[in-house]
Write a protein that binds this ligand. Structure first.
Ligand code: NAD
Length: 266
């Protein structure tokens, strides 16, 4: 531990992960934050997932607490912030990692309920956790919010609702950054590209009837930098930087974590 978040209290929403062979973005972020000295409220819709991450942190000597919440419910978002304040009196960092994509499709095939569900969780949910934490951060004149967006917010074509939700996350990020800069609150986003997380690799393998090895090889081939997907640790380190005081003059940034995919021509 090098103490980059020493003394900070953080909420990581989506701190569990889809079960699988590798580690998820929010799970890795929560572990890394704790290693760097933060107290972490691990929030997830699935209780066992939040509890597993918190237990891992505590087992390694860190400070964590688990909380179950569904970000598509405003009352749950308010309760997350309340829980953080009751436990640690202050919230320095909010990480919004929740993102879903099941049932997505291109525009001509997408079902209305899938659109509604994906937008409610990925975009409205992020806004609601931010809305819940802002009064506290404004009162303190200090706070750092990091949203997990996606390269899909800029490019894609086959997952309409997910892409639109992540484009929305980008503008949510810049809008919150602008309207809260005077209050000492920073709001940034990371935009991962192809990452080797279970939600992506096992999820695609399951949906397409391929093995995880086949999906991994196909995704690796598409990445310019080293011909290999990133890992959740790449996402987590970018989130850590933006959340920490090292980024104290950075707000409204959308940081690509994509091995050069976003700037590739052709
Ligand atoms: N894996 C990739 O290739 C990739 C690429 C770009 C962006 N991302 C983004 O990274 C983030 C995390 O991805 P991951 O692959 O680690 O996923 P993951 O599914 O492993 O982790 C997300 C967690 O969020 C939880 N969650 C889902 N709905 C929730 C809700 N309504 N309320 C509270 N918690 C909820 C899940 O239970 C899960 O534990 C997402 O925002 C995703 O869009 C991932």
């Amino acid at each position: 531990m090098t103490g980059r978040l020493l003394g900070k209290s953080a909420i990581v929403v989506g701190a569990g992960q889809t079960p699988g062979e590798t580690i998820g973005n929010g799970h890795a972020t929560a572990l890394l934050f704790a290693r760097e000295g933060a107290r972490v409220l691990c929030v997830d819709r699935v209780a066992e997932r939040a509890e597993a991450t918190a237990a891992e942190i505590i087992g390694a000597g860190g400070q964590a607490h688990a909380r179950t919440a569904d970000v598509s419910r405003a009352a749950d978002c308010a309760a997350i912030v309340q829980a953080g304040l009751e436990r640690w009196e202050a919230i320095d960092i909010l990480v919004n990692n929740v993102g879903i994509g099941g049932g997505d499709a291109p525009a001509h095939r997408l079902e209305e309920d899938a659109w509604d569900r994906i937008l409610a969780v990925n975009l409205k949910g992020m806004w609601m956790t931010i809305k819940a934490v802002l009064p506290h951060m404004r009162e303190r004149g200090h706070g750092s919010i990091v949203n997990v967006s996606s390269l899909a917010g800029r490019a894609g074509g086959i997952q309409l609702a997910y892409e639109v939700s992540k484009a929305g996350v980008n503008r949510l990020t810049t809008s919150v950054a602008t309207s809260n800069a005077r209050h000492g609150i920073r709001c940034n986003a990371v935009a991962p590209g192809l990452m080797d997380t279970p939600m992506a690799v096992s999820g695609i393998a399951h949906a397409s009837g391929r093995t995880t090895t086949e999906v991994r090889e196909e995704r690796d081939r598409r990445v310019p930098l080293g011909g290999k997907m990133g890992t959740a640790w790449d996402t987590a380190h970018a989130v850590l930087f933006l959340a920490s005081d090292e980024a104290s003059f950075i707000t409204g940034a959308i940081l690509p974590v994509d091995g050069g995919m976003g700037v590739r021509i052709g």
